[in-house]
Design a protein around this ligand. Sequence first.
Ligand SMILES: [Zn+2]
Length: 336
Amino acid sequence: MEWSLAHHRLTLHHPKGEIYWVMPSGYEMPSPAIRSLAEHVLLTPFGETVEVLPADSAPGDRTAVAFSGGVDSAAVLQLVEDPLPIYTQVASPGGLHKLDNALLAVEEVGGVTIESNQDMLPKWLGKGRGFYGAAGWTTTSILLAEHFGLSTFTDGNIIEFVYLRTPNGHGTGYSPRDYSATQAAFARVGLHYGMPCAGLTEISTTKIASQYRYAMGCMRGEDGQPCLNCMKCYRKLAIQGTPIPTNNEVERAFGREWIPVLASFLWARDNHGLSHTVLDSVERDYSWVDKWYPRSIEMIPEHLRAYFLARLDDFGIAALEDDSSLVNWDSRVGGS
Ligand SMILES: [Zn+2]
């Protein structure tokens, strides 16, 4: 596929439209191998086949974190050594989506902001806007591999996405995915892909990222304040120990047969007094929710593992020894 670079604005000329990234000054056109990996990560989720061109070695040894402004990717910054946070700022946020708090969070963590319309590609292909695929958020970082001397690309995906995602939603039942094809695509160009939070829930990522004031994940708040009226605010504040009243998004989610991320709500109920008529009567073994799932080491590149395990220890997060509560998990509460 054709790429062009003009005044450090990089453009991928896709048949359905032009995707661009406004890169830092001094940016140069990435090598064909790096471009092919970016295309692979970006387009594979839509059924397009992209061959990744081989390359011998990484252009450096630093670890990039695809930082979203939320708690999970903020936790990654605490779990890898000398991370470089890279935030993809969507060029034209839709609906109620506000960027204020994410931008404050990027500043707080000393991150790099890159403006892009990458989230429009899915729309041109008949889907909803956003970032798709396991490594979709890392596309911007990949394109900066040579500019910043990066070898390793991480994002904030948590256990509910990696091991507990079913057609009923995130965190609804045990359903491990095979990410070896994604890992192999990175390896082909001498790079690594990792999900340091793959074995953790938001209970742990909130604990790990507690030092950050602005990392919150609420995409509607402004001026550094959460909106207090969305699902993310309801869940996050309950996990932090200050539950807030329910709202329309919560009622919609709790009205479903399967409640996404139910285990975190039950933990907040039993540890922080969260109360809701739907949650109050649910009985379930969620003992995995504040532990680290050891199998997820498969999602952490080998050279990051020793540091990662030491950091988990620093935060007092123990390994899940008996995984039966996890592999037998289901979040079905209501319905027919
Ligand atoms: Zn909110």
